[in-house]
Design a protein around this ligand. Structure first.
Ligand code: ADP
Ligand code: 3PG
Ligand code: MG
Length: 403
């Protein structure tokens, strides 16, 4: 299962190069869960990048420039996705000033000025259209503001974007940060000889980018347990009318193909047969637990129901390796978090080797009070699924290699 992981483990890390006096640019993944008031609800992804940032400070980098995305602003400025709240949290965690750069091209000279005390944070890189398009123009511009490129954005390492991939074409020195290395080592240990039965628990809302990875994953697992908005798409594919529930219409065909593949490889599939439904997510005045076929018009499924929770708990209990990405419902809202919370407990009570991945799933595990009880928590959701798929992540592809 792990030839791709072995390849990724062969990249150079920041420890293998000399950074003294250099302008270091670090691509981090500070795409953290936030509430409706832009409060950070889980800063784990920021904390996990601190060793790399501190290493640069301690080893006399000339300046440190951090780049991250937040959410999916689609190439345009949006206050909701500004990194201002992240700057504040980072200052608190680093115990030093972090300078906010609204426009990195205008601040190019400032970044170039050598001063050991300076840490810069660029505004959300996805405000640039060129980021997700992996534009050569943006990649070149980013490369021009640094001497050394460090990728430490494990959570975004499966994306071929300008700041995670394109930039490497224009950099002489490009290495991995400590988080990237730590994640790869942990996956290597976990997936070298996983004990069957292997269960993949899949949920959350990023349907299109995750469902397409399943065809390569299915032959490697024994059970697929699906909840969250992901399951709404599968239930639609099976002919249920999910009414106002969130699902992706364009991926119903892919869901049908996944169901065929599961049959072919004799992988058991577990889907919800009851759900917590509501007339409104923001203002739920009517919340009903119903069988899937009885969802009322204008209601949406926002959590797995109690009967489904029993089935899923039983299914994970009979597994020896469990990989989980994606909450079972809108876990941010207390009323719709029970399925996710209780499944988290069922997973850790199973005695299996338990891996959890994803910004929101890690947050959900924390809220459920089960963080300490998982074998391994990855910062990557889509990225960890891509590893299971057997692929080399784009963020590792063009980094310098050890020999
Ligand atoms: P991760 O960050 O762990 O990779 P995702 O980003 O794919 O997970 O999904 C997390 C999001 O999915 C959460 O914001 C949650 O509210 C949402 N979600 C889960 N179930 C549903 C549902 N039934 N309807 C709408 N959104 C859902
Ligand atoms: C994530 O949260 O999975 C990563 O930050 C990547 O975000 P994306 O799916 O919007 O590319
Ligand atoms: Mg997420």
């Amino acid at each position: 299962m792990i030839s791709n992981i072995k390849y990724m483990a062969g990249v150079k890390s920041i420890k293998d190069i000399d950074i003294a006096g250099k302008r270091v640019l670090i691509r981090v993944d500070f795409n953290v869960p936030m509430d409706e008031h832009q409060n950070i609800s889980d800063d784990r992804r920021i904390k996990m990048a601190l060793p790399t940032i501190n290493y640069c400070i301690d080893n006399n980098a000339c300046s440190i420039t951090l780049i991250t995305h937040l959410g999916r602003p689609k190439g345009r400025y949006s206050k909701k996705y500004s990194l201002k709240p992240i700057q504040k949290r980072l200052e608190r965690l680093l115990h030093r000033k972090v300078e906010f750069i609204e426009n990195f091209e205008e601040s190019k000279d400032e970044i170039a000025t050598c001063s050991l005390e300076r840490v810069f944070l660029l505004e959300n890189i996805r405000f640039y259209e060129g980021e997700e398009k992996n534009s050569e123009e943006l990649s070149k511009k980013l490369a021009s503001i640094c001497d050394v490129y460090v990728n430490d954005a494990f959570g975004t390492a499966h994306r071929k974007h300008a700041s995670t991939y394109g930039i490497t074409k224009f950099m002489k020195t490009k290495v991995a940060g400590f988080l990237m290395i730590k994640e790869i080592e942990a996956f290597s240990k976990a997936l070298e000889n996983p004990t069957p039965p292997i269960a993949l628990v899949l949920g959350g809302a990023k349907i299109s980018s995750k469902i397409t990875l399943l065809s390569e994953i299915i032959p490697k697992i024994d059970k697929l347990i699906i909840g969250g908005a992901m399951s709404n798409t599968f239930l639609e594919a099976l002919g249920y009318d999910m009414k106002s529930s969130f699902y992706e219409k364009d991926y119903i065909g892919v869901a049908k193909k996944v169901i065929e593949d599961l049959k072919k490889y004799k992988v058991n599939i577990y889907l919800p047969f009851d759900a917590v439904t509501t007339n409104s997510i923001e203002n739920p005045t009517d919340v009903r637990v119903v069988p899937i076929q009885d969802i009322e018009d204008n209601f949406s499924a926002v959590d797995i129901g109690p009967a489904t929770l029993k089935l899923f708990s039983e299914a994970v209990h009979l597994s020896n390796t469990i990989i989980w990405n994606g909450p079972m419902g809108i876990y941010e809202v207390n009323r719709f978090s029970r399925g996710t919370n209780r499944l988290a407990t069922a997973i850790v009570d199973s005695y299996a080797y338990t891996i959890v991945g994803g910004g929101d799933t890690a947050d959900a595990v924390e809220r459920a009070g089960e963080r300490e009880n998982f074998s391994f928590i990855s910062t990557g959701g889509g990225a960890s699924l891509k590893i299971l798929e057997g692929k080399v992540l784009a963020g590792f592809e063009r980094l310098d290699r050890k020999s």
